[in-house]
Design a protein around this ligand. Structure first.
Ligand SMILES: Cc1cc2nc3c(=O)[nH]c(=O)nc-3n(C[C@H](O)[C@H](O)[C@H](O)COP(=O)(O)OP(=O)(O)OC[C@H]3O[C@@H](n4cnc5c(N)ncnc54)[C@H](O)[C@@H]3O)c2cc1C
Length: 683
């Protein structure tokens, strides 16, 4: 049986003929990245600490994950891995660890915002993990409203120190990754109090635990907040902390921008939002992470849908083990049903787009950070608007699409052995942390409406080229929409991107004339989505233009172009309501043609689906899925996993449950049956 599935996956690969290596180089960016990733993954695959089964209890999961991190740093030291290699390896683990926040939040925020003096004192230790950090912002009672945080840092001029306090139970730091068991230090958001006056939240470097004994320092109360939903995030020790009269030197305020003088006077930062740089760094990474997470889920789903046969007979199939020559004997691979591939291929397209876009967002952010470091704050507003809009767009997309992929796998998609449920649960809080998506929507809308107001001014109309990339769509405020007469028109990426831009312009103009959230509560989310989709659409068209110089062969270029077209068609199809509402499309046929064009793009892509997911180059241990392994032997793996499951191997446990509960249930049932039968015979 499993031979047939292996044959199906090999046949799908052979039928495509696309060059998987060339596509792998394209999606990973270059051969160094792809080859070092493969080398690292193969190293970890040989180590049972990484590829072996996960423990059951949460403390054991945490312990194993810290052992994995210790091994990774050891491998870094012995093999000369770069920091980037370590972070690539961490990405392969499939879940966060007690060290994740050190890498993703503590180090970048500390390095970007500590004063030169503090950097000199701790910069090296922070980088080499001689101290392990966390990022303490959220409190029990406040998260989104950063201004409302209640932890205080009061300057004491007599000792030249800050005193940190948690004034109320609601001011306890809560949800802080790595705080529960791991971190020795952290950066803490607290209200800065100078001479009795509050200057709002600022960041402070703080020591939490003794670096020798790991015991909490005097005045610091710390613990883990307990398990999370869906059994997710088990390896991360999200924690709580409160502070009572904890002292830190004045120089431990992260004072690269805002400062406090020896006399307790406040020195303002050059730009009110300059300290948001750290947060933006975190947000800039979301697009690529969303893409790679989707890539994992869609690899599993497409491989499984290729080997899963059910329903109608497949006219192209011939089973060599059956004697009637040439007769179709196998059922259809479920991927070939239009209602399956039309769900999965747009997800594949979005994975490719988010990965490519994510790379360019990070490059843009790096250039922005360099300008910021040189005191140029001119791009702060644009970067904030862009990273916020993309964070919402990418995370909403990935959370929705991972579940689409899981549902496409029918019953086995609900098995933990399938692997997608775990990916989804792990990814889920991305829509909440680093800015709740619904809260960020309002910020995106505010920036868009502000840009619209500027564009509407008379003197601006003569220079539309001065629009920033995130608001460039506003140049089309009163432009006439392109016409879409034929299916071919719906394959023109520039035209499709322009339609997304026009939709954004119309949606923002409507919002600018009426910001009534009470009567239209979903408006902010719709506007934010339209603005992000317009920006992404233009990027996709640019990426399509760049394919000629990508080094890809002609056939591979055609396949990637189809993915880009499908991405845009799918976004427009889900926005048909807006497009008709704002008069950008006319006539029943136009929408119908779009849907037919989308169906055709899917059919064109279908033969290449397996190779396009192979190009992501995940090793089996990373996917950790019985259904999505590279050899296609899904049923054999499901059987193996079931046979090894703890419900099947512990006979003593089975006997204990039988004696304690099942036997009494059966015996009671028999007694009751005897009673009922006796009562009936009396009648
Ligand atoms: C897994 C995980 C890890 C985390 N790690 C960390 C960490 O390491 N460090 C850290 O500091 N924090 C961390 N957090 C906390 C996280 O950053 C916050 O939970 C997040 O910012 C949301 O804030 P909140 O919990 O206050 O939600 P709330 O703001 O209370 O949201 C509740 C609801 O109210 C809505 N809402 C709130 N305000 C508004 C508004 N102004 N307008 C419209 N709607 C609004 C929201 O949309 C949401 O639906 C983590 C959280 C999770 C889940």
């Amino acid at each position: 049986m499993s031979d047939q599935q292996a044959r199906d996956l090999s046949a799908a690969r052979a039928a495509s003929g696309l060059d998987v290596r060339a596509l792998g180089l394209f999606v990973h960016g270059d051969s160094d990245t792809l080859d070092s990733r493969t080398r690292i993954s193969q190293t970890l695959a040989r180590d049972p600490l990484f590829a072996g089964p996960a423990p059951v209890s949460r403390p054991d999961v945490y312990a194993r994950s810290m052992a994995q991190m210790n091994r990774l740093y050891d491998l870094q030291e012995t093999n000369g891995w770069t920091e980037h290699d370590v972070e690539a390896a961490m990405g392969m683990l499939g879940e966060g660890t007690g060290m994740t926040l050190h890498h993703s939040a503590f180090v970048p925020v500390f390095l970007a915002q500590a004063s030169p003096e503090l950097l000199k004192q701790f910069g090296t230790l922070v980088r080499t993990r001689g101290v392990i950090g966390c990022y303490l912002q959220t409190e029990l009672a406040h998260g989104s409203n950063v201004g409302g945080l209640q932890t205080t840092a009061t300057y004491l001029s007599e000792s030249d120190e800050f005193e940190l306090n948690t004034p109320t139970p609601g001011a306890r730091k809560w949800w802080i990754g790595a705080l529960g068991r791991t971190a020795t230090h952290g950066v803490l958001q607290a209200q800065l109090i100078l001479k009795g006056k509050s200057y709002g939240p600022h960041l402070f470097f703080v020591q939490l635990r003794d670096t020798e004994t790991h015991a909490p320092l005097p005045g610091v109360t710390i613990g883990d907040i307990g398990p999370k939903v869906h059994n997710a995030w088990r390896a991360t020790d999200n924690g709580f902390a409160s502070f009572e009269k904890v002292r830190v030197p004045r120089t431990w305020m992260l004072s690269r921008y805002a400062q406090v003088t020896r006399t307790g006077d406040y020195v303002r930062p050059p730009h009110a939002k300059i300290a948001y740089g750290g947060m933006m760094y975190l947000r800039a990474g979301f697009t690529a992470t969303a893409g790679w997470t989707l890539a994992k889920a869609i690899t599993i789903a497409i491989r499984y849908a290729t080997i899963r046969r059910q329903g109608a007979l497949d006219p192209t199939s011939v089973d060599p083990s059956v004697s009637i020559p040439g007769a179709p004997v196998l059922e259809m691979p479920v991927l070939r049903y239009p209602s399956t591939y039309a769900r999965l291929l747009p997800v594949l397209a979005r994975a490719y787009v988010l990965i490519g876009l994510g790379r360019s967002v990070i490059a843009t952010f790096k250039a922005f950070s360099e300008s910021l470091a040189n005191g140029d704050t001119s791009a702060l507003g644009e970067m904030h608007a862009l990273t916020s809009a993309l964070k919402v767009y990418a995370t909403n997309t990935a959370v929705r699409d991972i579940e689409v992929a899981r549902q496409s796998m029918g019953g086995h998609g609900f098995s933990a052995a399938g692997g997608i449920g775990r990916i989804w649960a792990q990814y889920l809080p991305s829509v909440t942390f680093e800015g709740d998506n619904f809260v960020l929507d309002h910020q995106v809308v505010r920036a868009a409406v502000k840009a619209h107001a500027r564009v509407s001014q008379a003197d601006f109309k003569s220079q539309p080229s001065s629009l920033s990339p995130s608001s460039a769509y506003l140049r089309l405020l009163s432009a006439s929409p392109p016409t879409f007469g034929s299916i071919e028109d719906w394959g023109d990426v520039r035209k499709l991107a322009m339609l997304l831009e026009m939709r954004a312009a119309r949606v923002v103009a409507a919002r600018a004339s009426s910001d009534d959230d009470v009567h239209d509560p979903g408006a902010a989310a719709r506007v934010s989505n339209a603005v992000a989709a317009a920006f992404v659409g233009v990027q996709v068209a640019d990426m399509a233009d760049g394919l000629d110089s990508s080094g890809l062969g002609k056939r591979e270029q055609v396949a990637i172009t189809r993915l880009y077209v499908l991405f845009l068609q799918s976004d427009l199809e889900s926005g048909l309501g807006d497009l008709y509402q704002f008069g950008l499309l006319q006539g029943e046929d136009t929408g119908r043609t779009l849907r037919r064009a989308l169906g055709r793009t899917c059919m064109d892509l279908l033969p290449d689906a397996v190779v396009l997911v192979d190009a992501f180059a995940f090793q089996d241990w990373e996917l950790n899925s019985a259904l999505g392994a590279a050899d296609g032997r899904a049923y054999a793996r499901l059987i193996e996993r079931a046979e090894e499951d703890e419900m099947n191997v512990d006979e003593e446990h089975a006997r204990m449950v039988f004696e304690e509960s099942i036997r009494p249930i059966l015996e009671r049932g028999r007694r009751m049956a005897v009673k009922e039968l006796a009562a009936k015979t009396k009648l």
